[in-house]
Design a protein around this ligand. Structure first.
Ligand code: IP8
Length: 268
């Protein structure tokens, strides 16, 4: 693997699950197309790739119902943790299956068996196994999950925090965050037709934008949570871009090196 040839891609849970009806179902059409676009780009440019997918309808509803993001409150949460883990595993298996169908040798890295949180933030996370997978030309696939937490007993790790942690420690060429909207807007584009897309966001101008909370149930703070992680990432020297991967070929273009397809998050 060439050191500077690594792309980290987040596939938003809202894109690959049935967010519209809030059902625990895969959005097969999107997942199939996304896997195809990844394979086409990878075959053309031969980059290494780490994929992180969100939980979508397989995670946020139950996490919210039992307040799993807030840590231990009562024993009803215990069954919910086990149920949530099973659902996340089912979603992850589907993602892996679709990727493999397109010839991408994807492999799950189960973050909750290897890493721990402290107050919702990752602590002592080792990337050795992920590095080894990459050197074997495997494509590690991680996902938003529930982890043991030193302070809260357990909490939720978002895919966006995973992106931040990975990109901070690895030498990455590009960080792409795929969602179901075109990027960051000056107000919520789902509720306001006059919302304007912001092409570049940095630590200074971010406070000028009203980032309303996601319109769906999201325990990891939707777009706000995402932007916070990406601003932190930009501050540590890695820029990222939020793009709409529900639209055909946007992801493929981004993977092939095109910039300016959504909102770029950088320090200056
Ligand atoms: O969908 C959240 O990860 P995200 C994970 O990346 C759970 O925010 C379990 C809700």
């Amino acid at each position: 693997m060439k050191k500077n040839n690594l792309i980290i891609l987040k596939i938003g849970g809202s894109v690959i699950t049935d967010k519209e009806h809030n059902r625990k179902r895969i959005n097969k059409k999107n997942l199939k197309r996304i896997a195809k676009e990844i394979a086409q780009a990878k075959n053309k440019n031969g980059f290494s790739l780490i994929i992180v997918h969100g939980a979508g309808t397989f995670g946020h509803k139950i996490a919210k119902k039992f307040n799993l993001h807030q840590g231990y409150k009562n024993n009803l949460q215990i069954k919910a943790i086990s149920d949530l883990c099973l659902d996340l595993k089912k979603l992850n298996i589907e993602v892996i299956k679709y990727l493999k169908k397109e010839g991408i040798e994807a492999i799950t890295f189960k973050q909750s068996s290897a890493w721990q949180l402290s107050n919702g933030r990752l602590e002592n996370y080792n990337l050795e196994i992920i590095r080894n997978y990459l050197s074997l030309n495997l494509t590690p696939v991680l996902f938003g999950d529930i982890l043991v937490d030193k302070k809260l007993k357990f909490s939720i790790l978002s895919g966006d925090q995973i992106i931040y942690r990975l990109a901070k420690k690895l030498t990455v060429n590009k960080v792409i965050v795929g969602t179901d909207i075109d990027g960051i807007f000056n107000c919520n584009p789902k509720t306001n037709k006059r919302a304007k897309l912001i092409k570049k966001v940095n630590g200074k101008n971010i406070n000028n934008f009203l980032i309303e909370n996601s319109t769906s149930i999201d325990v990891t703070r939707g777009m706000n949570g995402k932007v916070c992680e990406l601003i932190n990432l930009a501050k540590s020297g890695t820029e990222s871009e939020i793009i709409n991967i529900t639209k055909s070929n946007i992801l493929k273009k981004a993977l092939l090196g095109q910039n300016g397809l959504g909102t770029i998050i950088k320090t200056n």
